[in-house]
Design a protein around this ligand. Structure first.
Ligand code: ADP
Ligand code: G6P
Length: 463
């Protein structure tokens, strides 16, 4: 089995790079990428020089290489037709809903599979072209599940790790996938396969034993003469970075402004997500509406602010979600807002890290209600930013983060009544109780930050 060389270089492979290009020519500039993967890995790799193979988020030819803060970015070109089939189609209309408890019906379009295979092969080829003997390939997420096998076939000398950022579904759902054996075989090309939770890891090992010749336990599989470690490695955030930002005078000033805009004496309920149907945005808005309807709170007592970053807008299920969310926001505001007192503030945009942290600092209640989520790093970001030890976190029990953040008020996100009750509880929670809860959560996230996550993963790769 390949061992890690002492001076082995790290090659990260993910569909989404930590940056995206805006504009062209002289007007070209880089912005941070969207989502939890880009946030977590972006901060981690600032400190670990590496090569990063990925897609810049737009069709057609890609620049050869970009140097960025000690990191070498190697963009992979993806054509418009491939973006439709590989990205919007197979990745986001087949795998994404299937792996998230079938919240929307997954589509099994056979014409999407060959482009998924081709693009995975291209990523593997790009990674291999950069790899010296004994280097480490670290491959990420559901868009690239075949890359470990392609890379292994061509370069058995490499150490290969794979991490899935989203849930791996239970056997009964994974069985729906016409290409279930191929996907599991693709992943089994890795030496270490990491998941967000034990349950996800167990689901995978069961699938591997069922759909391939792999044998072994939930944590160690034997396949084609190799041993593969399967484990849970809950992802996290750069705690210190968020904490430092939260203490900076500029952010504190901005937080004060946000509070003033929210209205004197009103508790600020904050929600931050990609505009995705898995996030339970509709359910939480319905819960807030119910709270106001039943007069358990009024617009003089509280305000809800939803910051939603546009995501995957060419996928129908996403535009439908946006329409529904905006309809509910409009209905609540029509019914309950008063001149100068808005019930729901809805911002559909990407905000800067500083602005985001200012919102976290300004909030009284963070409402995180995904119907299913691999981890949800937003919950951890909020905790890291509460250097004042104030603030109440309401967290879906169906997010991976719920395993660690047990002091949050945990709710069943499918149950609107449960979310309403949690809001009432949070609005009335005694300061001392919320402080005690926050202290414990901060200790947990501080200890298990993104560096700890990466160290654990690399330890497993070294075994
Ligand atoms: P997912 O990975 O499914 O998008 P996570 O909650 O794990 O969900 O990660 C979302 C990441 O995107 C977080 O780092 C969060 O700060 C960032 N984010 C979410 N919404 C916005 C927004 N409107 N503007 C900027 N960043 C955002
Ligand atoms: C989640 C996924 C990532 C993905 C991100 C943003 O975090 O786990 O793989 O990059 O969402 O989605 P996008 O489709 O814009 O890359």
């Amino acid at each position: 089995m390949a061992r890690i060389r002492r001076n082995a270089q790290l090659i990260v492979v993910s569909n989404r790079l930590p940056i995206r290009i805006i504009g062209t020519g002289a007007k070209r500039r880089f912005e941070p990428g969207d989502g939890g993967l880009a946030t977590a890995l972006g901060s981690l790799l600032e400190e670990r020089p590496c090569n990063w193979i990925g897609w810049l988020g737009r069709p057609g030819p890609a620049p050869r290489k970009i140097r960025l803060n000690g990191m070498q970015v190697i963009p992979v070109p993806i054509s418009s037709a491939e973006i439709d089939a590989f990205y919007h189609g197979f990745s986001n209309r087949t795998l994404w809903p299937l792996y998230h408890d079938v919240i929307r019906t997954p589509l099994f379009e056979h014409r999407w599979w060959p482009p998924y295979v081709d693009v995975n092969e291209r990523f593997a080829a790009k990674a291999i072209a950069e790899a010296r003997r004994g280097d480490i390939l670290w491959i990420h997420d559901y868009q690239l599940q075949l890359v470990p096998q392609f890379a292994r076939r061509l370069r058995p000398d490499l150490r290969i790790g794979f991490f899935l950022h989203i849930p791996f579904p239970p056997e009964e759902l994974f069985a729906w996938l016409p290409w279930r054996s191929e996907v599991v075989e693709g992943l089994l090309g890795a030496d270490v396969i990491g998941f967000q939770t034990h349950a996800n890891a167990q689901n995978f090992s069961r699938a591997a034993r069922k759909y391939t010749d792999a044998e072994g336990t939930d944590t160690e599989l034997h396949y084609q003469g190799r041993t593969i470690q399967v484990g849970s490695f809950p992802i996290s955030i750069d705690f210190r970075n968020f904490e430092e930002l939260a203490r900076s005078p500029k952010v504190l000033l901005r937080a004060k402004e946000i509070r003033q805009h929210a209205g004197v004496g009103r508790k600020l309920i904050l929600c931050v997500d990609r505009l995705d149907y898995t996030k339970g945005i509709e359910q939480r808005l319905l819960a807030f509406e119910q709270l106001l309807e039943r007069r358990e709170a009024s617009v003089d007592d509280c305000v809800l602010m939803q910051i939603a970053v546009p995501s995957r807008e060419r996928v129908r299920e996403y535009t439908e979600t946006r329409t529904r969310v905006e309809r509910i926001v409009g209905r609540i505001n029509g019914e309950f807002s008063e001149p100068g007192i808005i019930a729901v503030h809805y911002f559909r945009r990407n905000v800067s890290r500083e602005e985001l942290v200012a919102f976290y600092v300004a909030a009284d209640i963070m409402l995180v209600t995904p119907l299913r989520d691999g981890m949800n790093v937003v919950a951890k970001e909020f905790v890291a930013c509460r250097t004042d030890h104030n603030g109440v976190l309401i967290l879906s029990e169906l997010a991976g983060a719920a395993r660690e953040l047990r002091q949050a008020i945990q709710i069943n996100p499918h149950d609107v009544e449960d979310i309403t009750a949690a809001l009432v509880r949070a609005l009335h929670m005694h300061k001392e109780e919320s402080r005690q809860r926050m202290v414990v959560m901060r200790t947990i996230v501080r200890r298990h930050d993104v560096h700890h996550w990466a160290d654990e993963f690399f330890q497993a790769l070294k075994k």
